[in-house]
Design a binder for this molecule. Structure first.
Ligand code: ZN
Length: 224
């Protein structure tokens, strides 16, 4: 099964492997996402990212986004880096993997401006109420459900996971090199997700794989 967002390879059938990560660990079926995470913008260089993406026509852009977990206000440089990376994804027509902790409304708004020019949006760790789902669907966005689902107290998150249309669902571990050993695998998340949604797990897994295929088989563009 596809792990739709991770930073380490752990033996799934396919990984959407996002920087920061060890790119050299990827298998032939994995999809890579290059970019500057909002927590680590040191050395940010959009021209370097452009040349790396051009050298790998099957790669997406990520993990990129905005964050209010660490500071209440979003720093200007974080916002600029996000906008530049979205514009680059549109220029080269690449899918993006998104981070939006505590500011999903702003991330959705920024992405909506690129609807139709960015082929797909993976909303990783998305935890807002279902109110934003129509906007996400309209821009060919996908909501990736993660290990938080396994927490019995995650009532709102479970409600969101039930509300996402099957054609918009992905599952993810967000595993990193540091926590990979104890992070649940996507099969465990998918099994509970199917139960909560009252669907056979096979049907849910097939829908999730079809969604991941659609993202991985995007039509890119290289501009010289
Ligand atoms: Zn991540």
């Amino acid at each position: 099964m596809t792990d739709a967002h991770c930073h380490v390879v752990r033996g799934e059938s396919r990984h959407f492997l996002c920087e920061p990560c060890d790119l050299a660990s990827a298998g032939p079926g994995d999809m890579l996402f290059y970019g500057w995470h909002p927590w680590s913008l040191d050395g940010f260089d959009i021209d370097l990212l452009r040349s790396r993406l051009k050298a790998d026509p099957r790669a997406g852009v990520g993990e990129i986004g905005l964050d209010r977990l660490r500071e209440r206000t979003i720093p200007g440089e974080m916002r600029r880096a996000f906008e530049l990376q979205l514009a680059l994804a549109a220029e080269l027509s690449r899918p993006v993997a998104l981070h939006g902790a505590k500011c999903w409304g702003e991330v959705v708004k920024a992405c909506a401006a690129f609807a139709g020019r960015i082929p797909a949006f993976v909303f990783h760790g998305f935890s807002r109420s279902p109110g934003l789902l129509p906007d996400i669907a309209a821009m060919n966005g996908y909501v990736s459900i993660g290990p938080a689902l396994l927490n019995d107290h995650a009532v709102n998150y479970r409600e969101l996971a039930r509300a996402v249309p099957a054609g918009r669902l992905l599952v993810e571990s967000d595993a990193t090199a540091a926590n990979g050993a104890e992070t649940p695998h996507v099969e465990e998340i998918a099994a509970l997700l199917a139960k909560l949604r009252g669907e056979p797990v096979e049907a849910l897994a097939a829908a999730v794989e079809a969604n991941a295929d659609g993202i991985a088989n995007f039509k890119g563009r290289n501009i010289d």
